[in-house]
Design a protein around this ligand. Structure first.
Ligand SMILES: NC(=O)c1ccc[n+]([C@@H]2O[C@H](COP(=O)([O-])OP(=O)(O)OC[C@H]3O[C@@H](n4cnc5c(N)ncnc54)[C@H](O)[C@@H]3O)[C@@H](O)[C@H]2O)c1
Ligand SMILES: [Zn+2]
Length: 373
C-alpha cells in the first residue's frame, strides 16, 4: 500500500519506492531498473570520487538502456544552485527529454542535488537513489527530501521528490573512508536512541567491527544498513512531511546544526549531531523527560566510536543558542526540541515531539558536556 512500509519478501517499499538492499546489487540492478523504469534513457549523476569507482559498473547494469554520466566535484561545496543549473543545462544540451530518468550515484550530496535536478527537470522526472556512503544509505536516500544549500544556510531550497527505486549495496562501504563511516554511524546511533534500544546495543557491541578501514565485513554491513533503513523508513512512512513523528529524527540536530554552522562546516555532520545528542539528552534529563543515565550511555558509545561528545570550547553557549534560532526548523524564533525519554523511545508524543526549552537549561547542558571531558 502506498505510504506504507511493506516487508513481506525482505524488500521494503516506501511511498511507492522499492528499496532494494543487498551485497552486489549495484552490479545486478538491471532487472530492477527495467521493471521500475522501462524504456528510459538514464543520466547518472555522480561525483569525481565515486564515479571512477562505481559509474562504469552501474552503466553496465543499465545496458542495453542508453546511459550518460555527469560528474561534479565531490563535497558539500557542490550542493548548490550553480551545480543544479550546470547539470540541468548539460541535460538539456544532451537532449534529455521527459523519457529520461536520473540515477543519483554517491553520498548524500549527490542524492540531494541529483534528486533536486530530477524534481525540477521538465517539471519532474523519475529518479533512482544509489547511495554509496553510510549516511546516504541509512538516512539521506530515504524519505524523499531533495535540495541544495544557499549562502543563507543548508538545504534551504529544495523539494520533496520520492525516488522510484533505492538501490543499496552495503559492499560500497568497503571503499568509503573511515571518517565517513564514522560520520554515518552517528546517524545509526541516533536511530537507536529514538527508536530501538536493541539497535543501540548492537552498535555498541560491534563498534570495532563496524568502524574498520575497508568497511565492516559483509554480514555486519548488511545488518547495519538494513536495520537502519527499516528504522528511518518506518518513521517516514508514519509521517511523510514532518508534522509529527518524523520530528523525532531531528534528535541531536537542533544543537548539532548550530555546532555545524559555528564550525564553518569544518566539522562533519555526524560529528556535530554526536555532540548535539549529548547536549539534548542532558536537556531531556534536566526537564525531567529522561533519566540522567541516558546521556552517559550515549557518551560511552560515542567515545568507543571516536566521535566527539562535547561542544568545542571555541563555541560559547550563547553563540550556540543564537545559531539554533537561525536554523530553518525554528518557527518565529522559538526553538523546539525533539527529546528522548529513554533508549529507543522519544518524549513528547502528546506535544508533537516538539518541546520548548528555556535558554538557561541549554546553557547548563552545554556546560556539563564540557565538564565530562
Ligand atoms: N535528504 C535527506 O533527508 C538528508 C538526510 C541526511 C543528510 N543529507 C545530506 O547528505 C549530505 C551528506 O552526505 P554524505 O555524508 O554522504 O556526504 P558526501 O556525499 O559528501 O560523501 C562523503 C564523501 O564520501 C565520498 N564517498 C561516498 N561514497 C563513497 C564510496 N562508496 N567510496 C569512496 N568514497 C565515497 C564522497 O565522494 C565524499 O567525498 C549533506 O549535504 C546532508 O545535508 C540529506
Ligand atoms: Zn543528520
Amino acid at each position: 500500500m502506498r505510504g506504507d512500509l511493506a516487508t513481506g519478501d525482505g524488500r521494503l517499499e516506501l511511498h511507492g519506492s522499492q528499496i532494494v538492499i543487498g551485497a552486489g546489487v549495484l552490479d545486478s540492478c538491471g532487472a530492477e531498473l527495467r521493471t521500475a523504469l522501462p524504456n528510459r534513457r538514464f543520466a547518472i549523476i555522480s561525483d569525481d570520487i565515486v564515479a571512477p569507482i562505481y559509474a562504469a559498473r552501474v552503466a553496465a547494469a543499465c545496458a542495453p538502456a542508453s546511459v550518460t554520466l555527469f560528474t561534479i566535484p565531490a563535497g558539500e561545496a557542490s550542493k548548490t544552485r550553480e551545480q543544479w543549473a550546470r547539470l540541468t543545462d548539460e541535460l538539456l544540451s544532451a537532449g534529455f527529454g521527459r523519457d529520461s530518468a536520473i540515477i543519483a550515484l554517491g553520498g548524500g550530496v549527490i542524492g540531494d542535488l541529483a534528486g533536486f535536478v530530477a524534481a525540477t527537470y521538465m517539471r519532474g522526472v523519475p529518479f533512482v537513489q544509489m547511495p554509496t556512503s553510510l549516511l546516504a544509505m541509512i538516512d539521506a536516500s530515504i524519505g524523499g527530501k531533495t535540495g541544495v544549500d544557499t549562502s543563507a544556510g543548508k538545504n534551504l531550497v529544495g523539494a520533496f521528490h520520492h525516488p522510484a527505486l533505492v538501490i543499496v549495496d552495503p559492499r560500497a562501504l568497503s571503499t568509503l573512508p573511515l571518517v565517513h563511516l564514522r560520520n554515518g554511524l552517528a546517524e545509526a546511533i541516533k536511530h537507536g536512541v529514538i527508536a530501538s534500544a536493541a539497535e543501540f546495543e548492537w552498535i555498541a557491541a560491534n563498534v570495532r567491527g563496524l568502524l574498520r578501514e575497508g568497511g565492516p565485513d559483509a554480514a555486519l554491513a548488511e545488518r547495519l544498513v538494513r536495520t537502519n533503513i527499516e528504522i528511518k523508513a518506518d518513521v517516514v512512512a508514519r509521517d511523510e512531511r514532518e508534522s509529527g513523528v518524523r520530528k523525532t529524527l531531528n534528535f541531536g540536530h537542533t544543537i548539532g546544526h548550530a555546532v555545524e554552522s559555528l564550525s564553518g562546516y569544518t566539522m562533519l555532520h555526524g560529528e556535530c549531531i554526536a555532540v548535539g545528542m549529548v547536549v539534548e539528552a542532558r536537556i531531556a534529563a534536566k526537564l525531567g523527560e529522561a533519566d540522567a543515565a541516558l546521556a552517559g550511555a550515549i557518551v560511552q558509545l560515542l567515545r568507543a566510536a571516536s566521535l566527539p561528545f562535547a561542544v568545542p570550547d571555541s563555541m560559547t553557549a550563547s553563540a550556540v543558542i543564537d545559531a539554533t534560532r537561525s536554523d530553518k526548523k525554528a518557527r518565529a524564533g522559538s526553538v523546539e526540541y525533539a527529546l528522548p525519554a529513554k533508549l529507543g523511545a522519544m518524549a513528547g508524543a502528546d506535544r508533537g515531539y516538539a518541546i520548548p526549552v528555556p535558554d538557561s537549561v541549554i546553557v547548563e547542558a552545554i556546560g556539563e558536556t564540557r565538564a565530562s571531558l
